[in-house]
Ligand binder design. Structure first.
Ligand code: ADE
Ligand code: ZN
Length: 323
């Protein structure tokens, strides 16, 4: 396969702030007179570190994203980039924590700006975006409830999902059950990061206590054959981000990434970039590496696109437009 870039792709796991190109964050910092030089290395890339360090730097980068206008510009930049890598449908994690700290009125204003930008990008390039509110696990269960309320109050055609990201070492899934119940009752579809750093037990506990239909990453399940079989039987979809896993070290290498084993066992897998500029990846690069590591080709992309379409948090009419 010579050119992965032009192939149509669906992406289900992308953090909006995490997709901000470094020049975008540097530009906003300059406009606001903030010194964020510690975030960048000598080549101007986001600095590399452990997962904990990544989260700290990520949150520092988010401090320049303040107004709805900042998020409107961010959304346009991110969607232009995604579309340039062949993405035709994208779901982005949106964080009320970084859009007014969980204040509902502030969140409404930010969300309206993001949705406007998505509509503009759709007109320009055809890319379709849906939003998934994500709470941040290490901000704790009380804040997660506030974020879930923001999500529940703004659920609709654009905001279709709820999830949780952040440090898996903090608390247990059941601590966040109220937030997930609140979102479910509002009609939102559910996903949750688990099994990126935690073990198979974290994936199993997440499924039992939060009942999401998709799992963000979930790669630890590959260490437990019975859990893989259960995921396959229950049709749980994994949003796998191989480039992120290899860069941060939750998977040993591209060649030994568990995505191939999970798929061979019948687990529904999809491919996404997570926070592409942080991990020096794009949807094009993900597929170039999957081809190199596992010989995956056009038919594999078509199958994974079908899985992603089936698991997408959008209505049937939207799916018809993508098909
Ligand atoms: N937030 C942004 N990227 C993340 C990741 N890879 N894991 C958990 N939380 C995140
Ligand atoms: Zn993620």
């Amino acid at each position: 396969m010579s050119d992965w870039r032009d192939r149509p792709k669906l992406e289900l796991h992308l953090h909006l702030e995490g997709a901000a190109p470094p020049p975008f964050i540097r530009g906003l910092a300059a406009e606001k007179g903030q010194d964020l030089s510690r975030l960048f290395d000598e080549r101007g890339h986001y600095r590399r570190g452990s997962f904990e360090e990544f989260l700290r730097l990520y949150e520092a980068a988010c401090t320049v994203l303040q107004t709805p206008e900042d998020f409107r510009r961010l959304t346009l930049a991110v969607l232009e980039d995604s579309a340039s890598h062949g993405v035709i449908y994208s779901e982005a994690f949106l964080s009320p924590d970084f859009c007014g700290g969980g204040d509902l009125e502030a969140w409404r204003d930010h969300l309206a700006a993001i949705a406007d930008a998505a509509a503009e990008a759709e007109k320009q390039s055809g890319i379709i975006l849906r939003g998934i509110v994500t709470c941040i696990r290490h901000f704790g269960p009380d804040q997660a409830r506030r974020i879930a309320r923001c999500a529940a109050e703004t659920a609709g055609d654009f905001l279709t999902g709820f999830g949780m990201a952040g440090a898996e070492t903090v608390g247990r899934p059941k601590d966040y059950a109220w937030a997930f119940d609140c979102a479910r009752e509002a009609g939102l579809r559910l996903t949750c990061h688990a099994g990126e750093w935690g073990g198979p037990d974290m994936v199993a506990d997440t499924l039992r206590d939060l009942r999401p239909e998709r799992i963000g990453h979930g790669i630890a399940a590959a260490r437990d054959p019975a859990l893989m079989d259960r995921l396959a039987e229950d049709g749980i979809v994994l949003e796998i981000c191989p480039g992120s896993n290899v860069y941060l070290g939750s998977a040993p290498s591209w060649d030994r990434h568990p995505i191939a084993r999970l798929r061979e066992r019948g687990v529904k897998v999809t491919v996404s970039t997570d926070d592409p500029p942080w991990f020096h990846t794009t949807m094009t690069r993900e597929w170039e590496e999957l081809e190199r590591a596992f010989g995956w080709g056009e038919a594999d992309l078509a199958e994974l696109n079908r899985v992603a379409l089936g698991a997408a948090f959008c209505d049937e009419a939207t799916k018809e437009r993508i098909r």
